[in-house]
Structure formats: structure tokens, C-alpha cells
Design a protein around this ligand. Structure first.
Ligand code: UD1
Length: 356
């Protein structure tokens, strides 16, 4: 009998991860029903990813939109539960990462006794003030199959007593970066995005609540960006744009609309430095060989810190400027590979097939 799983996605990074795994699930003979929670609804945060990545159109969009955490997560749960009831039976439910869509999927699966698969299990910042950290901890506690990207993630799970159903599969975002880097170079070359030459600009992103919702932190970050010698390209999450309002920005900072996935790969690859508070962008910079400066006090992706390829500066402008000027101290160490060097996406699909 054909296996049938429901995949829940809702936010930008999940579309990227799902694109890789969806292909592999098809190859493995698993039927996937894709549910979009509607957490991200702007075309620049959602539709463009489906177009570029060849992700199948979702079977349904739950249309929850933006709201406080409880209201947003609750609305997702109610609508997802009704969808699963109507469309049953499913053999498992698949979630990615650490967003409110992940948490809603995990809770609904657990309440319906549907086997739960968590891709990107075991990531921890050890800061429970981050909504993502709460989402990760709860999702991992409930998951039947915990698919971890790195040995660090496996060790984090072990430290919480979670060993059953845990597999290291590699990082599906590495899979995506490798698969789409070539397509990005062909379809979205740098000169189609900016007049700046390769290696002459800094690429920055700022979207995390801890940075956008604290006016003093945001002011400090822009102070630091303004002190850099290079032009700073800043594709902006709509939330950050709203918080900034019409406030004057340093003259070297160029605001842009949010970038699609391929444009982002191109912009990262040719940047002199990347400055970001995104988890995914830290990894993409590392894999593409661009030194990164992270606008947070900690990172879940500790492997990127090796050799100074990623430096944590919080919102401190002086530290930001110093870190951007520093070069890495040695070669990068590969991380995120699947055991045996295969495709992380295929590894995920074959474990799901065995579970169903
Ligand atoms: C979410 C994830 C975060 C992830 C990010 C990727 C949670 C708790 N956070 O953060 O882990 O790194 O996605 O981009 O799930 N908004 C729009 N248009 C949209 C979506 C959001 O304007 O299409 C604005 C709204 O003002 C909204 C705010 O952004 O209130 C925050 O959106 P939300 O989905 O709650 O979190 P993100 O910051 O996008």
C-alpha cells in the first residue's frame, strides 16, 4: 500500500527544506500532502519560493496569517486538525525546524496519535526567551522520528534523554545549497541584482524578534552597519521594514525587498561579508565560503564558529565593525553531510519510508 504523509510548512526556511525532501519522497514512493499554514503570506516570503524551488502547490493553505504566538499557533492547530480529519488516513506528519507552524503540526500530530517526524531535530540555543527554542524543545519531545543534521544536535537530544528514533541525516539545507547554487548562478547572476562587483559589499539581514522589537538594539545594529566601509545590501523582512518606518538610515545602507532563494544564494556567494541574525543564512554563508558576523549572543550552528568563519557580536556596533574587518583564521571544516556522504534529503525520505 502506498504510504501517505502530511507535511506542514508555513515560513520561508521551511519551503527550502521541503523542496529537497519532497523530491526524495517522490523518488521513494511516498505520497506527500503538503499543507501551508499561511504563516508567511507575502508573495516575497512565500510564493516566490514555490516558483523557484519547484515545490508542489500545497493541497491547502490554512490562511492563518500574522498574530500573537498563542493566537497564531492555536488557529493553525484548529485548522490543521480539521484538515487531517477530513483527508485521513495519513501514516505520519512531517514538520521542519522551529517555527510556530512546526509547533502547531507537532501538537496536532501528538493529539491525533499520528507518528511525528521532525527534520532539524536537536538544535538548541539554550535561550528559552526565543520562541523558536520553545518550539524546538516541545517538537523534539513529541517526535517519533528525530532527524538531526549534525553530531552536535544528536548530543543535545541525548543530553535531554532523547535517544529513541534519533538519526543523524545531515542538513537538508546543505543539500538545497548544493543543488540550487548552480541554478542561482545561471538564472539570477549578480549583475541582475546589483551594480556592486563581487567582494565589494556586505550582505545583511535582520528579522529576529529580539533585534526588531527592541528599538535600542535595532538602533545599535544600524549604527554598526553605518560604520562599515562597504555598501551594505539589506533585503528586508516586512516586519523589520514596518519597525523602521521612515527613519533615516546610514547612507551606505541600501534597503531592498526580501530576496527569493536563488537571489539570496547569489548575493551571499559574492558578498565580502554576511551580517545576519538568521540561522539559515549563517550556514549558507559558511557553505559558500563567505565569513559571517551574527547579530546574536549565541548560535545553534556552533560548527560555523570554527576558525572564525562566523563571529557572534550581538547588537554591539564596535564588535560588529571589528568582526567584519577580521579574516577567518584557517580553512573551513565540512559539516552537515549525511553519514556516508549521500544526500540528506534522500536519507530523510528513506527513514520516513521505513517508518510508514
Ligand atoms: C518566522 C519564524 C522564524 C523564522 C522566520 C523566517 C516563528 C516564531 N518565527 O519568523 O523562526 O526564522 O519565520 O523568515 O515562527 N509578516 C509579514 N508578511 C508575512 C509574514 C509576516 O508582513 O508574510 C510580518 C507580520 O508583521 C508578522 C511578523 O512579520 O507579525 C512576524 O511574522 P511571523 O511569521 O510571526 O514570524 P517571522 O518573524 O517571519
Amino acid at each position: 500500500m502506498s504510504r501517505r504523509i502530511c507535511t506542514v510548512v508555513g515560513a520561508r526556511p521551511q519551503f527550502v527544506k521541503a523542496a529537497v525532501v519532497s523530491d526524495a519522497l517522490k523518488e521513494a514512493g511516498v505520497t506527500e500532502v503538503l499543507v501551508h499554514t499561511g504563516q508567511h503570506y507575502d508573495a516575497a516570503l512565500s510564493a516566490v519560493f514555490f516558483d523557484e524551488l519547484g515545490l508542489p502547490a500545497p493541497a491547502v493553505n490554512l490562511g492563518v496569517g500574522s498574530a500573537g504566538h498563542a493566537k497564531q499557533t492555536g488557529a493553525m492547530m484548529v485548522r490543521l486538525d480539521a484538515f487531517l480529519q477530513e483527508e485521513a488516513p495519513f501514516d505520519a506528519l512531517l514538520v521542519y525546524g522551529d517555527t510556530n507552524s512546526t509547533l502547531a503540526g507537532a501538537l496536532v500530530a501528538a493529539k491525533r496519535s499520528l507518528p511525528l517526524v521532525h527534520v532539524e531535530a536537536g538544535l538548541r540555543s539554550f535561550d528559552r526567551r526565543m520562541p523558536e527554542e520553545v518550539n524546538r524543545i516541545v517538537t523534539d519531545r513529541l517526535a517519533d522520528l528525530l532527524l538531526a543534521p549534525t553530531p552536535t544536535a544528536v548530543a543535545n537530544l541525548r543530553a535531554e534523554g532523547l535517544t529513541e528514533g534519533v538519526h543523524r541525516v545531515g542538513d537538508v539545507m546543505l543539500d538545497a545549497t548544493q543543488r540550487f547554487a548552480e541554478r542561482a548562478a545561471e538564472r539570477v547572476p549578480l549583475d541582475a541584482l546589483t551594480g556592486h562587483a563581487p567582494g565589494t559589499y556586505v550582505l545583511a539581514t535582520v528579522h529576529r524578534a529580539e533585534n526588531t522589537d527592541d528599538p535600542e538594539r535595532l538602533r545599535q545594529i544600524f549604527d554598526g552597519l553605518g560604520r562599515l566601509d562597504e555598501p551594505v545590501l539589506l533585503p528586508l523582512h516586512p516586519r523589520t521594514r514596518r519597525v523602521l518606518g521612515g527613519r533615516p538610515l546610514p547612507p551606505n545602507v541600501e534597503l531592498r525587498p526580501p530576496a527569493g532563494y536563488l537571489a539570496m544564494l547569489t548575493l551571499i556567494r559574492h558578498a565580502r561579508r554576511v551580517v545576519t541574525d538568521s540561522g539559515g543564512v549563517q550556514k549558507e554563508a559558511y557553505w559558500l565560503g563567505v565569513p559571517c558576523v551574527t547579530l546574536r549572543a549565541e548560535t545553534e550552528w556552533v560548527e560555523t564558529l570554527h576558525g572564525g568563519w562566523n563571529r557572534l557580536v550581538g547588537a554591539d556596533p564596535g564588535a560588529l565593525v571589528a568582526a567584519v574587518r577580521q579574516a577567518p583564521q584557517g580553512p573551513r571544516r565540512p559539516f552537515g553531510q549525511a553519514p556516508g556522504g549521500g544526500s540528506p534529503g534522500r536519507c530523510v525520505a528513506s527513514l520516513i519510508r521505513a517508518l510508514c
